[in-house]
Ligand binder design. Structure first.
Ligand code: ADP
Length: 488
């Protein structure tokens, strides 16, 4: 499926169960070393067309494959991910700058997803609904959609690629996956390798890769083809909006897991040691390059000063550096351009009057864990996601003010409330406009059986077994025993 030149693997695309070469390859770069990790096909619209053809051809047999046979395949894939964990960890570090802690999380979650999804074909396939017409038996029957086009990001490359693929497949759809150009191996081709090894039939999953800046022709094919019934996207809100507009014109479904501006609220009754650990994890894990990363910590005034002092001290203990080193907690940002964007957002806020409590500078390709205070409302970072290890600290007078600020952004993905009064936290949590709220916990979490997803500009649709609503449609089907009875 691949060959090796100068020690760098040259990959092929995976279409209809075969590894397909390409005239053009592009360099897939290591964000820490700036070396070439892999050479990857610069796929074209014609490749996407072949992939859609293959997925459409494979659909009827896959939809009808008995649940027990699907189950064996998903379980085998889970075992293979587990078996290849060390290799996947190394690839995630090399291709995406992912340190070992987040790699372990991604692999564990992918394995659990595959094991749980192996059972989803057994979920109730609809319901019987009583008809008022004598002798008529009516069902609302869940049917797969057809071909689902998956567009996956680089940041949680493994776990998000598996989620993009497994949710629709488990309910009987076939998939064409277009991974991010920043992670074509770990967010795409590696998934295909594992599913091939597990024995999934040809065409059930197809992976088309493309060079930087060349996503649109692939997406054009997805939108123009009637066989593609749904776009399953995880990425930025800006790109999600473009895709939703196109899906609207094409009258296709789309499932969108987008950005967030996730608040972490620390109430005065919180265990502050715990709150500091929770905030450091939420803001700085994977260099803040997680859609659920905490962007703002809202702290009740009586504990604000002591909390931010302790959090700033904790941030200084987080070692940044080579993601391949198991001691590293903070790896590089994904590209030099991403590093520049984060630095610019911080510098602009500082120029407008923000105070740097810790960090605020780059460390080679990494950005130091950073906490800003007194960020003026006009600064971009005050209400917009910057995809890096930057947290804004803001004191609040009370919990009501914290909830109002939490709800004041255009996003609504994840929120955390740290309090020792869980009942009060629960009541506050129910007032927050977010798809996910964790009481006495922070914002970053994923479990395959739970419905992760956003509201407002953070998207729509939910992952896990609840995605049955997104990846199937209901057919009202009746059978009638009697005859006659029509009014004409
Ligand atoms: P980021 O800016 O963090 O890379 P994006 O939302 O741009 O996030 O990327 C997520 C995924 O969306 C990637 O697979 C990328 O190739 C894809 N993508 C970006 N722009 C478009 C577009 N206009 N049409 C289709 N896919 C796109």
């Amino acid at each position: 499926m691949t060959n090796q030149a100068n020690g760098v693997r040259a990959y092929k695309q995976y279409i209809d169960g075969a590894w397909v070469g390409s005239d053009r390859l592009f360099d897939d770069l290591d964000p820490y070393r700036a070396t070439v990790v892999a050479r990857v096909p610069a796929g074209t619209r014609a490749d996407a067309a072949r992939a859609v053809d293959a997925a459409a051809a494979a659909f009827p047999a896959w939809a009808d494959l008995p649940p027990a046979e699907k189950q064996v395949l998903f379980l085998r894939a889970a075992d293979i991910v587990e078996k290849r964990a060390a290799e996947i960890t190394a690839l995630l570090a090399a291709e995406t700058g992912c340190a070992s802690g987040f790699a372990g999380f991604q692999i564990l979650t992918a394995v659990r997803l595959l094991r749980q999804a192996s059972n989803w074909a057994y979920l109730p396939a609809g319901e019987v609904i009583r008809s008022d017409i004598p002798g008529t038996f009516a069902l609302a029957l869940r049917r797969p959609l057809g071909v689902v086009a998956g567009i996956s990001p680089w940041n949680g490359a493994q776990v998000l690629a598996w989620r993009t693929v497994v949710n629709p497949l488990a309910f009987g759809n076939t998939v064409v996956l277009k991974p991010s150009e920043e992670a074509p191996v770990t967010a795409g081709l590696l998934v295909a390798e594992i599913m091939e090894e597990a024995g999934f039939p040809p065409g059930v999953l197809n992976v088309v890769t493309h060079a930087p800046g060349e996503a649109v022709p692939i997406a054009d094919e997805f939108f123009d083809r009637p066989e593609v019934r749904c776009i399953n996207f995880t990425g930025s809100s800006a790109t999600g909006r473009i895709l939703a507009e196109r899906a609207g014109r094409a009258l296709k479904r789309c499932v969108l897991e987008l950005g967030g501006y996730n608040p972490l609220i620390v109430l005065a009754d919180a265990d502050l040691d715990y709150a500091v650990e929770a905030a450091a994890f939420a803001a700085f894990f994977h260099s803040g390059q997680i859609c659920m990363s905490a962007r703002k910590v809202l702290v009740e005034r009586p504990v604000y000063d002591v909390f931010v002092d302790r959090l700033a001290a904790r941030a200084q203990t987080l070692r940044s550096g080579d993601p391949a080193d198991p001691g590293t907690l903070i790896g590089p940002l994904i590209t030099p351009a991403a590093l520049d964007r984060v630095a610019r957002d911080v510098d602009d806020a500082v120029a407008a009057g923000a105070k740097v409590l810790v960090g605020g500078t780059a460390d080679g390709p990494c950005y130091r864990p950073t906490i800003l205070a007194d960020v003026p409302a006009g600064a971009r970072i005050h209400s917009e996601e910057t995809f890096g290890p930057v947290l804004i600290a803001q004191p609040v007078s009370d919990a009501d003010e914290a909830v109002a600020i939490a709800n004041s952004t255009r996003y609504g993905l994840s929120a955390g409330i740290i309090t020792s009064d869980n009942q009060r936290g629960f009541a506050l949590g129910r007032r927050i406009d977010a798809g996910v709220v964790h009481v006495n916990d922070q914002t970053v979490a994923d479990e395959p059986q739970l419905p992760l997803g956003g509201v407002k500009d953070s998207g729509w649709g939910r992952s896990g077994p609840h995605s049955v609503a997104d990846f199937t449609e209901l057919q009202w089907i009746t059978t009638r025993e009697g005859t006659g009875g029509y009014p004409i």
